[in-house]
Design a protein around this ligand. Sequence first.
Ligand SMILES: *Cc1c(COP(=O)(O)O)cnc(C)c1O
Length: 353
Amino acid sequence: MQVTIRKAEQLKALPDEANLGFGSIFTDHMFNIDYNPKEGWHNPRIEPYATISMDPATMVLHYGQGVFEGLKAYNTDTGNIQLFRPQENFKRLNSSCRRLCIPEIDEAFMLEALKQLLQLEKRWVPQAPDTSLYIRPTVIAMDPFLGVRASDTYRLYIILSPVGAYYAEGFNPIKIWVSADHVRAVRGGVGATKTVGNYAASLYAGQQAHEKGYAQVMWLDAIERRFVEEVGSMNIFFVIDNELITPELSGSILPGITRHSVIQLAKQWDLRITERKISIEEVIDAQQGGKLQEVFGSGTAAVISPVGEIGFADKLFTIADGKVGPMAQKFFDALTDIQYGKVEDTMNWIVSI
Ligand SMILES: *Cc1c(COP(=O)(O)O)cnc(C)c1O
């Protein structure tokens, strides 16, 4: 398949790199490809960024048959533009597609198409420290139809958004709240996919957490309401008695690429790393016994997000001294050094465009 390119007649002015924020500025072009049962995925094209006009009955709007991905392009000191493990994102996009009855797409082709889009949009990859170009591949069900079934037609698009340094005010630990009333996902459901409805389902508990003065929700499993699953839209790690622990992938946890990278680095560094169930009682007991050394989240947006306090059952538990722990700092530095090309990529994680 050949990607056709139609360039924008007028290019936008580049934004101020000091005030990029997250996800509100978009580049000049986008990638589009369509699916129908007769032609399969067809007509791949890079076009000027534009609104999508759709029938009000379009299925994704009614039944949430849509999936997405999130990754970043980084500008190195030498002006190289590089991606972090992008093959994993397209692999996960296909696994989300399978679960949502959306036809899969050629992963190698998608990576090539993304590289072409980035070649054209190079000037949009910001250069200021810790900024990047966020990449959002999205697939949506396009049939105009109100019956409940899988759509026959789909659109896949990729949009790009320059984003600011996540820790512009410093790498500060956050306060998280354990939701007793709400769950994010249940085994057998769609929690392991990046499908649009998961984020709608998380908003209410998130709002409650904000009202109580917390930054994010810590999610427990939906069946026993005991085992820790994730924090906000990040995976979670604990350091207890010098052991690094992360919940095992149970079917309701999103298999994060940052999570996987932390595990691989931990193994490389000969740390004690365990993927297993960990209950909130175990976490609280460890805190009470002075053995809870660190808690941190992992995800593409923040890379590593240290947790300073946990609100559970109307009590507030402080982790160690409430400051950034050495493990969180070490993983953050190691991952960002690889992403920004400051060190040699011995893990073979980087793809240059
Ligand atoms: C995307 C996401 C993550 C993190 O995945 P990364 O591949 O590390 O960015 C974790 N949890 C949820 C619910 C997510 O949507």
